[in-house]
Structure formats: structure tokens, C-alpha cells
Design a protein around this ligand. Structure first.
Ligand code: M6R
Length: 357
């Protein structure tokens, strides 16, 4: 039920701090340490390469999952769009493990891959919000999101839940492998939940940004580097699917290889700056588009902010910035859709679960 909310999407965005806290409880052992099913930890540990298979927003979460599994657990990862993978399988490693990320657990594109890799005898895990869903039943193991039902077609809390559970999985597997883990993930995720709360409480500011940048624009760009690039892809998808504005997410450095030709006077460019190592590079890319007339909206992380940034994100651990950077983008796309009179919860041409290939 929506209760006092005008839309499920707004309710589901607001639920995100609670979802992160619930996940922290669900993935805790009796000693209060982050933990998960031993069989699942072993499956990750035994693999020489992880293949993440997903579609849409879940694919975007998978890109962040790759970063976590490689940087925290030291396991090489490939992330694939499910509709491509099944019909053009890459050369596989000797001991692959397949991780299907699917909020609904019913996505036909992902299921056809599961059917194929099972026939080849490879192990599989489904990361899903739906116990008893098709992909949960058919995979060897299930990891749950604990996000509660997501009704709005635009995925919000499932994405943040996916990112949080992927971080926990990478962390638990790293510990199992005896890796030195620098991050106190439990503490940092709790800090992140509070930061998300601050952001969902900043709705007026986000509404203002949506009004200022997306009220009449035909198109919009989202840029970032590293983890910020992955969040840019997700921000652009949110804007596209509910406000019907042509939006693209780009790696900041890639713009000048073609896309920058599209920048005109007033084109909105949202830039995400949360990664210190590449913050100046992204700012350089903003200068390039501003020189061609773009209207920049820089969202930077506390500690990396500069004078003309439009919004400063509360500081969280560098690995967890996607969980906070995505929130303003979700809210901005919501208000843009609202202002433009779009059906926020049920955008045209889309279904919540895509059960056909
Ligand atoms: O249920 P799934 O996670 O498998 O769904 C995958 C995509 O269809 C889904 O994420 C879609 O992109 C959303 N509408 C995005 O908001």
C-alpha cells in the first residue's frame, strides 16, 4: 500500500535507509559480524572467476559488484547483459561461478542464461528480492535483498539493496580468503544508511534541481568516472524510463570521443564527483562541456566539493558512494517526471517484470 504517498516510487525511495539497516541485521551472525550462508561463501571462494548476469538497473548494480569482488575479495569478475550473454557466450574460465542479479527473479533474458549454464554443469547463485521466484528456485543458491516489495516500475530500493548485499558478499568472501580488508563494512554501511536518510530528506532541493535542469530539456547527460560512471548509467536510465527525456550516462573521458558533439547551449550535464583519484579528471570534463554551452549540475562528495557545485553529498566511505550518489538522481528523475505530467509508477511501454525474451 502507498499509504500517505502519492506514488510507490516516492515511498520506495524513502524506505532505502531502513532497507540498508534491515540488510545489516539479516547478514549478521550471533557474534554480530557480517556473515552469510557457508555454502554460498564456499561457492564464491572456489570460483576462479565470477560471471555476473543481469539486465537494466540490476546490471548497473552488477558493475559495482565487479568493483567490490575485485577490489575487496580479489576475485576476477565479468559483468554481462543477460540478453547478450546467452547468445554470444564468451570463453569461460575453468571454474566459473554465475551470479544472477534480478530483483524480480522472473526476468526471461536472465533465465535463459541460467538454463544454458546449468546444462553446462556450472554453479549458480541468484541475488533476488523474491523468495520462490523462478531464478531463485532454479539456481543452486539464493541471496536475498530484504528490500520488501518494489511496486514502481523504476527500481530504486532494490538497486541500493543489491549494491549493499554485493558489498557484504565481497567482504565476507574476502575474510574467508584471509584477505586484509581495510573497510569496517558494518560501521560504514550504518553511516551510509544515515547519509541516505539525509538525502531522502532533501526532497525540496532535488525538486528544485529537477525544475531548474529538466523542466523543458530534450536531453541530458550524466557523467562520472570509476564508480561514479556506473552511477551515471543508473541516473540516466531512471530519467529515461520515467520522464522520457533522452538521457545518457557516459564515462567522463569518453565524451570527447564523439558524444560531446551533442552538447548545445543549455544542455544539462549532471556530473558525479565522489572518487578522489579521478575527481579532477571529471571536473576537467565538466569544463570541456561548459566551454560548449552545457548547463552543469555537479554533485560532489563532502571533502571534494568546490565553490560552484550544485549539491554536496554527505561523506561516506569511498567504496560506498554509489549508495548515496544515486539517491539525488532517483529523486531528480522522479520530480522531472512529475513536472512533465508522466505516469511515474507505470511508465509507458514498460512492465515491472520482463517475462519475455
Ligand atoms: O527484475 P530484474 O532485476 O531482473 O529486472 C531487470 C530490469 O528489467 C529492471 O532493472 C529495469 O531496468 C527497471 N525498470 C529499472 O528501473
Amino acid at each position: 500500500e502507498k499509504g500517505m504517498y502519492p506514488h510507490f516510487m516516492l515511498k520506495e525511495m524513502d524506505e532505502q535507509p531502513g532497507v540498508i539497516r534491515k540488510i545489516l541485521q539479516a547478514y549478521e551472525n550471533e557474534q554480530g559480524e557480517l556473515a552469510m550462508d557457508e555454502n554460498i561463501v564456499n561457492a564464491f571462494n572456489e570460483a576462479d572467476r565470477l560471471y555476473i548476469i543481469a539486465a537494466g538497473t540490476s546490471y548497473h548494480a552488477g558493475l559495482i559488484g565487479k568493483h567490490y569482488f575485485e577490489k575487496i575479495a580479489g576475485i576476477p569478475v565479468e559483468v554481462h547483459i543477460s540478453s547478450e550473454f546467452g547468445y554470444n557466450m564468451p570463453l569461460l574460465s575453468e571454474k566459473p561461478l554465475f551470479l544472477f542479479i534480478t530483483q524480480s527473479g522472473e526476468t526471461a533474458d536472465s533465465r535463459q542464461v541460467l538454463v544454458k549454464i546449468k546444462a553446462l554443469g556450472y554453479p549458480s547463485i541468484t541475488l533476488t528480492n523474491a523468495t520462490g521466484s523462478t531464478l531463485s528456485r532454479e539456481a543452486d543458491h539464493t541471496l536475498l535483498l530484504y528490500a520488501g516489495p518494489e511496486i514502481a516500475v523504476a527500481s530504486t530500493k532494490a538497486y541500493t539493496a543489491q549494491v549493499a548485499v554485493l558489498a557484504i558478499a565481497a567482504y565476507v568472501v574476502a575474510k574467508k580468503r584471509g584477505k586484509t580488508v581495510e573497510i569496517d563494512l558494518k560501521k560504514e554501511l550504518a553511516i551510509t544508511a544515515n547519509a541516505i536518510q539525509t538525502l531522502v530528506d532533501s526532497k525540496e532541493e532535488m525538486e528544485q534541481i529537477a525544475h531548474e535542469f529538466l523542466a523543458v530539456s530534450r536531453n541530458a547527460f550524466f557523467i562520472g568516472r570509476n564508480l561514479d560512471y556506473y552511477v551515471s548509467l543508473e541516473g540516466a536510465l531512471k530519467v529515461k524510463e520515467i520522464s522520457y527525456i533522452q538521457a545518457e550516462g557516459f564515462a567522463g573521458g569518453e565524451l570527447k570521443h564523439g558524444t560531446i558533439a551533442l552538447i548545445e547551449e543549455g544542455t544539462p550535464v549532471f556530473a558525479i564527483v565522489t572518487q578522489q583519484a579521478v575527481s579532477l579528471n571529471t571536473r576537467g570534463n565538466v569544463k570541456e562541456v561548459v566551454a560548449r554551452g552545457a548547463n552543469p549540475c555537479i554533485l560532489s562528495m563532502e571533502g571534494l566539493e568546490e565553490e560552484n557545485d550544485r549539491f554536496v553529498l554527505p561523506k561516506v566511505h569511498a567504496l560506498l558512494t554509489p549508495l548515496v550518489a544515486v539517491i539525488p538522481l532517483q529523486l531528480i528523475s522522479y520530480y522531472a517526471a512529475l513536472h512533465r505530467g508522466c505516469d511515474v509508477d507505470k511508465p509507458r511501454n514498460l512492465a515491472k517484470s520482463v517475462t519475455v525474451e
